[in-house]
Design a protein around this ligand. Sequence first.
Ligand code: NAP
Ligand code: MG
Length: 400
Amino acid sequence: MAKICMKTPLVEIDGDEMTRVLWAVVKEKLILPFVDLKTEYYDLGLLNRDATDDAVSAESAHAIARLGVGVKCATITANAARQEEYSLKRLHPSPNATIRAILDGTVFRRPIIVNRIKPSVNTWKSPIVIGRHAYGDVYKAAEMEIDGPGKVELVYTRADGSERRVTVAAFEGKGIVQGMHNYDASIRSFARACFLYALQEKLPLWFAAKDTISKIYDGRFKAIFNEVYESEFKTQCAAAGIEYFYTLIDDAVARVVKGEGGFLWACKNYDGDVMSDMVASASGSLAMMTSVLVSPSGVFEYEAAHGTVQQHYYRWKKGEKTSTNPTALIFAWSGALSKRAELDGLPELADFAKRLESSVISAIEAGEMTGDLAKFSVPAPEKILNSWDFIDRVAKLMRA
Ligand code: NAP
Ligand code: MG
């Protein structure tokens, strides 16, 4: 069988633990036999990040900026326990944060829908995609413990030295205080990325915040979304039949649970953190959630939403063939190859990416699945497959 050709290489970013083990199997069994794969490879395994003083993380992000499309394996975000486990020189920042900061992107997470796996919310028919603003708010907040009576103020000192102050609270006893921020430029890129994604995927776009309570802070998010819509996207959205609407976050949550899905939900940073886990687990399994980072400059990084599945890795090291679900990893590859195909005008490669996804879905729908899905499958599968057997079944369907 002649292999499918590529033009531009993908940026391939390898990672850690169980996902690194499965990464190699997915490539060997599902990609390399069919595609004359071209990649520029970066090893973001923890040991290589340490050996390169983490330079490799930034290099991989610059490669995505240069080549346009990357595919990334899950990576360990080091903490004290990991520093000891891997004898690291120091604690490096999360590679995802490094890549996001360089590409200035927004992360979109979409569950993979399979007929046999029933969502916990039985009205959901189509995926709910979460677009999470990945900068600021509580994630970059300054916090302080208040140890007794006194006044807390916000003080803004302008570049020219002049000041503005507002009182946060007068404390009569102990308490806590927090100062959050965001930048217009960051909110604007977030809004743009959401409109671009909605147009690309032909999904209605919802944005929700709490501007009735937070009139200035959330009010600014609402105003910037509206301004970006009116000035850049209204005509395109109308032409594509795509609706944009703003609502309050509590109203959005109520509508999501009663609705059928099939829309992009743009969330502020904290809302996106919480709601993406809610949508993922209500849709079945963390291993059925894909994730793509879209930068305002139009470059894309595809990955699975889950982590390195650490506990499975320790069992694999002891010789067990674990039942770790490779679906989201496979979809990271198909997503990246499909985007490469679109950008390079390669219909054969686009067909391959579709066939890869439909083979995974067909396998699961035929009852061939890993343990995480077996719990939600109706009817229950006759047996649970390990990852290697599952990948073999998919490979067989690819050849059928
Ligand atoms: P995790 O790797 O997502 O795993 C959490 C649990 O979810 C697993 O123990 C497993 O449950 C289940 N799970 C996740 N993916 C699965 C899959 N493909 N198949 C079957 N079950 C799956 O999260 P974590 O254990 O909190 O984090 C482990 C490491 O990953 C950490 O070092 C963290 O820094 C890193 N991480 C990386 C990324 C990223 O690179 N994007 C994201 C998140 C976390 P059971 O054990 O019950 O089977
Ligand atoms: Mg979270």
